[in-house]
Design a protein around this ligand. Structure first.
Ligand SMILES: [Zn+2]
Length: 417
């Protein structure tokens, strides 16, 4: 399915961003004929993101625009230092003029990525090529934190990161470890830090820094990071699944991130896998989160008498299983199966067929991924053309920060979300 940027507000010009994007940082407008130039530009840039460094001729062909149009799009982006031309590469043996691949300039305006967790905030700058720099993190007070303390921690952290930016960032993207109203750019609920409930973080950041600010639920940000900078590059259908102290996921279907109304969709951790099962952090019973988190793993490790059960995670479990520690291999298999149960439901419902695994299971590497894949394949009836594949995502913080930056990028490119 061909993707079309649906609106026009793509601009890397400082003036345009301060005027247009900043005043309506999350609004939407329809494509009109006078904006087609911009739509082409969005498509060209998106093609570049999907393919990596690419020559003009190839880019024009794949984005479906002619050579004159591509020059009209590329030249201003080169002038604005959004793109750079690399060293000439030899074309095929047929000869011809050596092509110079285009790619995102390290001097382009960066994006500020933020990860907000129940106990800390983490910020960085991300280049359009996906390089992370200027990372800072600040922990929140543990004993009865007040919202003012958290606001000031966020401000300290963000200001340190922004001080390193050589050019004004394009915006601030935030991955929130909790429920988010993406339209209001506010936090709805963070089970592990209720003081954040109702916090209008997007408005606070825009007010304080004068930059567009976008929020999304942490697993959805992971997926956006995969789509722009990671294993989901160029994909039309895939899902991101995160396991850790909580469990979550996000879906990308037919070239669109599926958010649901006001961002209410994708609460995969709270889909039911066991009728009348254990009580979940959400207060209901039998959620997927009750059988496939690190908390569950710790309880099981204690029950079977593993040493230091409180330190168990996928990385350690794989090592213990490899060393032949009694019970470890079975526990690994059970954990993998419990993760697979939710994925199998997802596969049967919407069939993304490609899953990027995030969070704790990343530490278990290929062994963990293979164990999960094996169970999913056993749980889902096989059908021709329906191969299910798995990839291991970036390490935890990196994945979330790239994802947070990706939220801003999606908005700038008017990527259909
Ligand atoms: Zn639940």
């Amino acid at each position: 399915m061909e993707r079309e940027p649906s609106t026009q507000r793509w601009s890397m010009d400082e003036e345009d961003v301060s005027g247009d994007v900043r005043t309506v940082p999350h609004g939407r407008s329809l494509l009109s004929s006078s904006m087609v130039g911009s739509a082409n530009r969005g498509r060209v840039l998106q093609t570049l993101f999907d393919l990596g460094p690419t020559s003009r001729a190839e880019l024009a062909r794949l984005a479906g625009v002619n050579r004159t149009t591509i020059s009209g799009i590329v030249q201003p982006l080169l002038d604005q230092q959004v793109l750079v031309e690399g060293n000439p590469i030899r074309p095929s043996e047929a000869g011809g003029k050596p092509a110079r691949p285009l790619w995102f300039s390290p001097d382009a305006r960066p994006i500020c990525g933020m990860m907000l967790m129940p106990d800390a905030v983490h910020t960085c700058l991300v280049t359009l090529a996906g390089t992370i720099s200027a990372e800072h993190s600040v922990r929140f007070p543990v004993e009865n934190p007040r919202i003012a303390d958290i606001e000031s921690a966020i401000e300290t952290c963000t200001s340190r990161t922004l001080a390193s930016a050589r050019r004004e960032p394009l915006g601030i993207g935030v991955a929130v470890g909790g429920m988010v109203d993406t339209d209001r750019r506010a936090i709805i609920a963070v089970n592990l830090a209720p003081v954040l409930n109702g916090f209008e973080l997007g408005d606070m950041l825009t007010r304080r820094y004068g930059l567009p600010a976008l929020l999304d639920h942490h697993p959805r940000a992971l997926l956006v990071g995969d789509r722009w900078f990671g294993k989901g590059r160029g994909m039309q259908n895939f899902a991101a699944v995160y396991t850790g102290e909580v469990l979550g996921g996000a879906l990308y279907l037919g070239g669109h991130l599926y958010r649901g109304r006001s961002g209410a969709g994708g609460e995969l951790g709270h889909t039911f896998v066991q009728v009348d099962g254990e009580v979940c952090s959400c207060g209901r019973r039998g959620c997927w989160e009750t059988i496939a988190t690190v908390g569950w793993l710790r309880r099981q490790a204690r029950a079977i008498g593993l040493d230091t059960p409180d330190e168990i995670n996928s990385r350690r479990l794989v090592a213990l299983a490899g060393a032949g520690v009694p019970g470890a291999r079975d526990l690994l298999d059970l954990y993998a199966r419990n993760v697979a149960v939710g994925i199998a439901n997802l596969q049967q419902t919407v069939a993304p067929n490609f899953y990027v695994l995030h969070g704790d299971v990343v530490g278990g590497g290929e062994i963990m991924a293979e164990a999960i894949a094996g169970h999913v394949r056993a749980l889902v009836p096989s059908r021709s053309g329906g191969e299910i594949s798995f990839a291991i995502g970036e390490t935890e913080d990196r994945a979330a920060l790239l994802g947070a930056a990706g939220l801003v990028l999606s908005e700038l490119l008017q990527f259909p979300l």
